[in-house]
Ligand binder design. Structure first.
Ligand code: ADP
Ligand code: MG
Length: 328
């Protein structure tokens, strides 16, 4: 059974902001999917929806199947259980997520005590193990958050996320606030844990190059929609959608020195989700738009080799070329 299966997810914030508009996503255990897109494209909204962490009054429709069980229709007691044991989320900016007046060890031990009913001694042992798994000395348990560096705090967050052995980890810009060197270490750690423990990873970033390096598949979001998806390297190196191409060109390609000297930014801003343009939401910024793009909305179409893109220019693959059998 697929670990995570999102079907036709729509999220509208109070006031009519349509932040997610019909997203499908599929992830098997032990696999890593990257979600990319500019700020405001709906990535964090998608992450929050997966664990029902959206503010009250937000309208959500569709299905979010975690091991076949729909998160959207679960009772609250079940949602709370799933948040600890089923799926965990690692957010950007660990300083805000850690309580400054409690020792980090106590914060890691809390879910172990509460949700696994462990004794204090057992929870202390487990906390040491988790810190070590996250690449920190067990002795750091007695430290307060302000005594740690940014990278160490993010590692503590990862230790907390692992506390109850989740099957799915959602990482929302987990390294954005960190130095490049520390970024690489944290990403390496997350990757290692995913491979080692057969968990699924949804990794969110605005940085396509990082995701291409870390993930198996890549999903690109624009204005609340998935506009392209496919195997991570192919999408990064040879995007099909004009927005995917622009996003990919704005980050250096590993092993291609020329790409570093030709950053091609994208003019204009993403649309306001409360006031979307007619037709394709990307059309006002698109260098390849046709007349039809301003009139007709574009939806994902099969592009062969497990790839899909929402653009009129994507050629419909010939019969029998593998379209419709997207790999996961
Ligand atoms: P991303 O993570 O890709 O930057 P978000 O999911 O944070 O995007 O935001 C998507 C859109 O939803 C943005 O236009 C944002 O302003 C809007 N939004 C986010 N949170 C709320 C909220 N609580 N209420 C209303 N609109 C929101
Ligand atoms: Mg975000």
């Amino acid at each position: 059974m697929t670990l995570l299966e999102v079907r036709d997810l729509h999220v509208t914030y109070p006031g009519g902001v349509a932040a997610v508009r019909g997203v499908d996503l599929s992830l098997a255990a032990g696999r890593k999917v990257g979600v990319a897109g500019e700020s405001g494209s709906g990535k964090s909204t998608l992450a929050l929806a997966l664990l029902r962490l959206l503010p009250p009054g937000t309208r959500v429709s569709g299905e979010i199947l975690l091991n076949g069980e729909d998160v959207l229709t679960m009772r609250w007691g079940r949602v709370r259980a799933v948040r600890w044991a089923g799926a965990s989320i690692v957010f950007q900016g660990a300083m805000h997520s850690l309580n400054p007046v409690h020792r980090v060890g106590d914060q890691i031990a809390e879910p172990v005590l509460l949700h696994q009913g462990a004794t204090a001694a057992r929870a202390r042992l487990r906390t040491g193990e988790l810190l070590e798994q996250a690449g920190l000395p067990a002795a750091l348990a007695s430290a307060y958050p302000h005594e740690l560096s940014g990278g160490q705090r993010q590692r503590v967050m990862i230790a907390m996320a692992l506390a109850c052995d989740p099957r799915l980890i959602i990482a929302d810009e987990p390294t954005t606030a960190l130095d490049v060197m520390i970024q690489a270490q944290i990403l390496g750690l997350i990757q290692h844990l995913v491979t080692d423990q057969e968990v699924g990873l949804v990794m969110i970033s605005h940085d396509l190059a990082i995701l291409a390096d870390t993930c198996d598949r890549l999903v690109i979001m624009y204005a609340g929609r998935v506009i392209e998806e496919g195997p991570a390297r192919e999408v990064h190196e040879n995007a099909l959608h004009p927005y995917g191409k622009a996003l990919s060109a704005s980050f250096p390609h590993i092993g291609d020195p020329a790409s570093r000297f030709a950053p091609r930014g994208l003019a204009g801003d993403p649309p306001d989700p409360a006031d979307l343009p007619a037709g394709c939401a990307f059309q006002p910024r698109c260098g390849e738009a046709l007349d039809v793009c301003a009139r007709e909305d574009q939806f994902l179409r099969e592009a062969g080799q497990g790839r899909r893109a929402a653009c009129v220019h994507v050629p419909v693959p010939a019969e029998g070329s593998g379209a419709g059998r997207a790999a996961s």
